[in-house]
Structures are given as C-alpha cells and as structure tokens.
Design a protein around this ligand. Sequence first.
Ligand code: SF4
Length: 211
Amino acid sequence: MDAHQDGFANPFNMDEDCTNCPALCDTRESVVHGYGDVGAEFVFVGEMPDAGADAAGVPFVGSESGERLQSMLGDLGFSRSPPDATEPDLQNCYLTYLTRCRHPDRAPTGEELANCEPYLNAELRMINPEMIVPVGQRALEALAIEYTTRAPESFDAEAEHATTVRGRGFELLPMLELERQSDADSEAWVDHVTDNVFGRDYRQTKGRRSR
Ligand code: SF4
C-alpha cells in the first residue's frame, strides 16, 4: 500500500451515497468504489459489481468469479490474502468498475455508464497506472474508446484474452469475463503477464514517482 494511504477501500473518498442512477439506488446494497493500492501500476476494471461484491462493498470478492480473480492476483504477487478474503491485502494493483451499483437482472444502460464514468476517469488520473486490465467485453470496449486508436467494435475479449494491446498512455491487458473463464484461460492470462509483461521493462516514461 502507498505510504500515505490509510486503507484499501474507496481510498479517494468518493460519494458512497451517489444517487446519479435512480434505478440502481433501489437495487444495490453498496456503492462499490475502487479498492487497492493508489500507487498501483495495474488497474483492473470490470463492468459492474456481482452479488458478492455488492454485498461486501469490495470489488471482485465474495463469489466464485471474485475468487478466480483473487487467485490470479495471488499467483502474480499482487495479493497476500487467500482467494476467499473479502478484504484482500493488495499491492501494486487496484480493482474497480465501469459502474459501481448493481442491478440484479440487467447490465448497466448506456446512460448509467456515462453517469459513472467520471469516477473511473478520476481514479485513473490519480493512480496513473502503466497497465489497465479490462475484465470482459464491455470494459474492453469502454476503455478502447479512451485509450486506443482502434475501433471499439474491433475488440473481442475472447480473442484478445491474454494479449497486450498498446494504447495511448496505457497498455491494455484484456481478460475474458471471469465467469466465462476456464482454469486454462486463467492460467494463460497469468502466464502472459508473467512472461510478456513482468519479463520486460513495461514502465513508460510518464514521470512516475519511485515505488
Ligand atoms: S452506478 Fe455510479 S453514477 Fe450510478 S448511482 Fe452508482 S455510483 Fe452513482
């Protein structure tokens, strides 16, 4: 954790009672803002909290999918906690979403994505990571609009899983939706990061503070 950081949950003190999306205020248990190391080089971005994350108020925990990601974080040295921890001890990574409030029956609408975008934008500006991991197709398309020159519809999370996409200011490491991943898919993603990211100098020249 960054030396100046008090805790992992919502470290930028974003509004935990946000009412910008009226339909989601009625269905959510928590507003699940970002969680992790504010000095992270790797930021993971999902579409929206699942039931486990909504209940815990922490991204990517409390469900089979969450445990899959937490296990991958452990394999990469980003987590020092067991995969079923609901408040994982993370380093060099930050977990967040396109939208932070859950509807149990549907994906977020375009308007809800637009309402919530300033939170993600602020997190990315403040963290200034080297690598962004879009988890799933919707996150991949949303981040491709911002950070690559390719047409968002040209991206396919299944085809781009476990690859590196060069972008403007950041590199993207796309990942298939956690619930669609087999163990072999998860292993391939971890192997890609280990061999092709950790194995080279991935830090770009953007005036980072030393860690
Ligand atoms: S999804 Fe985002 S913008 Fe909408 S109510 Fe939740 S925190 Fe606010």
